[in-house]
Design a protein. Structure first.
Length: 575
């Protein structure tokens, strides 16, 4: 503030002093030099601050290797152009004729299939087949036979259920030729004809809702009869069998568990002749056998460890109603574990069951059976099994297993001398411990190559008999097919059996005695069959089938040799 005041006083003093001076005017001449102006001629620019790097070059020694280029020839690939879905034909006809070198008889063959084409909803069809042989073995009685089969079937597939039905009729004629032609037996006593008629119907639901119980129902009826005697008054003196089955099951999935149950009723009524009367001789008397089996089988199936471990447990409660009603309880237990993505699957289990023995089932195993037989259900008290199966690759699968079972009332076929001259078979029953070791392997390369092999060894320890009559100890089955360019189809199968023995009723050539029983060892069974089919086009083909290539006249049953080398040829049509 003080400095500001001093400055103000100084300015005021100068002003006063200037006002007090006298004005003076001076004139003169002068020169002022002004330097010339200088301007830069360059335009302003922005200086880049990026400093370029010097590229350093390291030269290498020039190296050159000598190389040779060789172009290999590529074979052309044959490409088969086909539609995604090949056309289907409704009708297939197979006609042929053949002969065998043992009897020299003519063998006509005819077969017809009629099926629906592709349909998501409907499947139906019919099948008819006839095969016969009109030749005789030298030194034996008439051995001609004929077999005719007819079948109608249909299926309805809906989104929530499926219906299936089937009707069949089979007619089989044969002769009991296992006797010398010098005996002079009447022809009517050698003839036999089986008539088989029946139908079945089933319903199964397959709802996808996990909270819904799915179930299935089925019924079956079958009538089976043997040949009617030539005289009308004796028309009832034959085997007549009526079977009726009712089957039902239900299953429910809850999480990882599946709860299931089965309830089945199987009835079989077998009649021979007239009850409480006799025919031809006092030994041939009429009888009736009614057999009903009722079973309830609840089970629980579970799986865990990413579905690698699976287990099933349950029980089978069975009521066997014949002359007396008996109850049986069979265990159901099975455990299996998948290793290395199904490469190996070891398994072990325990089971049992009651198998209904019928006249039809016995004749399917041995057609040379007499008509008046006793029927007993086969009671498998326990069956313990285990093994390992798996897939070695996408083309090879295998199974190796063993089992041990105790079987009561096992049916065994023995030569009958009471109602025949030894050319028919009867049935006896025994209790047996059966041990089985089995191995199988299969190979499939698309539709080009298919092959499988089965080897099975059976050991029988019976209560009242020395051996399991007519049952083999060793079985070998080999089967294969080869498709060559879709033009030639080759099929080969080989069956080998060893260890079969028959019970005879007296000493003779090759007959041995053991435990008071006369035993005839049956020869080794080797049966090889080869078939070739040539496909001219998808609709027409020709075939040749050869059977028993070794031309071995082995006895399939005691005193019953099979036909030797056999050849059939014919053509097939599709339209």
């Amino acid at each position: 503030m003080r400095q500001l005041a001093l400055t103000f006083l100084a300015i005021l003093a100068v002003t006063v002093s200037a006002q007090a001076q006298i004005d003076t005017e001076i004139q003169g001449h002068g020169t002022r030099k002004i330097d010339p102006a200088f301007r830069m001629a360059l335009s302003p620019t922005i200086i880049d601050t990026t400093i370029p790097m010097t590229i350093v070059d390291y030269p290498l020694l020039p190296l050159k290797f000598q190389t040779d280029a060789e172009v290999n020839q590529i074979s052309p690939v044959s490409i088969r152009l086909v539609d995604k879905l090949s056309p289907l034909y409704k009708t297939y006809v197979k006609l042929g004729v053949g002969t065998d070198f043992a009897t020299g008889g003519i063998m006509p063959l005819g077969e017809v299939y009629f099926d629906a084409t592709r349909s998501r909803k409907y499947l139906y069809g019919a099948h008819l087949k006839h095969l016969s042989n009109w030749g005789d073995f030298k030194g034996l009685e008439n051995s001609t036979f004929d077999r005719t089969k007819f079948n109608l079937y249909g299926t309805l597939n809906e989104r929530r259920y499926t219906l299936k039905s089937n009707i069949h009729y089979n007619n089989q004629g044969l002769h009991y030729y296992g006797i010398s032609d010098t005996v002079g037996v009447a022809g009517d006593s050698l003839n036999q004809r089986y008539s088989d008629t029946g139908f079945d119907f089933s319903y199964a639901s397959h709802k996808k809702d996990s909270a819904t119980v799915n179930f299935g129902l089925g019924i079956l009826y079958n009538n089976f009869q043997s040949k009617k005697p030539p005289r009308e008054e004796f028309a009832d003196w034959r085997a007549r069998e009526n079977a009726f089955d009712f089957n039902s099951n239900a299953w429910y999935r809850l999480g990882r568990e599946v709860f299931a149950a089965e309830f089945n009723v199987r009835y079989n009524g077998y009649k021979y002749g007239v009850l409480d009367s006799s025919y031809a001789n006092l030994l041939d008397s009429g009888f009736v056998q009614n057999n009903t089996i009722v079973n309830l089988k609840p089970t629980i199936t579970t799986q865990f460890m990413n579905d690698r471990f699976k287990a099933k447990v349950g029980v089978d409660i069975v009521f066997d109603a014949r002359e007396k009603t008996r109850a049986h309880i069979y265990p159901i237990a099975e455990v299996k574990y998948s290793m290395l993505n199904d490469l190996f699957i070891p398994y072990i289990g325990l089971r049992g069951g009651l198998t209904q023995t019928t006249f039809k089932s016995l004749t399917r195993e041995n057609e040379f059976l007499r008509s008046n037989i006793e029927l007993r259900n086969e009671h498998k008290a326990i069956d313990f099994y285990g093994g390992i199966k798996g897939t070695l690759s996408k083309r090879i699968s295998f199974n190796i297993g063993a089992s041990f079972a105790n079987v009561k009332d096992m049916a065994l076929f023995v030569t009958d001398t009471t109602f025949s001259l030894g050319n028919k078979f009867g049935v006896i029953y025994d209790t047996a411990n059966v041990a089985t070791i089995e191995g199988s392997i299969s190979y499939q390369l698309k539709e080009k190559i298919k092959a499988d092999a089965i080897v099975r060894y059976n050991s029988y320890n019976l209560l009242n008999n020395s051996y399991a009559w007519n049952k083999p100890n060793l079985e070998v089955i080999l089967r294969g097919s080869y498709n060559l360019f879709d033009k030639f189809i080759f099929n080969l199968d080989l069956n080998l059996e060893q260890g079969r023995r028959a019970l005879v009723h007296g000493p003779g050539d090759g007959v041995t005695e053991e435990n008071g029983q006369y035993i005839q060892t049956l020869n080794f069974l080797a049966d090889a069959n080869l078939g070739v089919e040539y496909r001219y086009n998808p609709r027409i083909s020709a075939f040749v089938q050869t059977n028993n290539l070794a031309s071995q006249r082995y006895n399939r049953w005691y005193k019953y040799p099979v036909q030797s080398f056999q050849i059939l040829g014919g053509v097939t049509f599709r339209f």
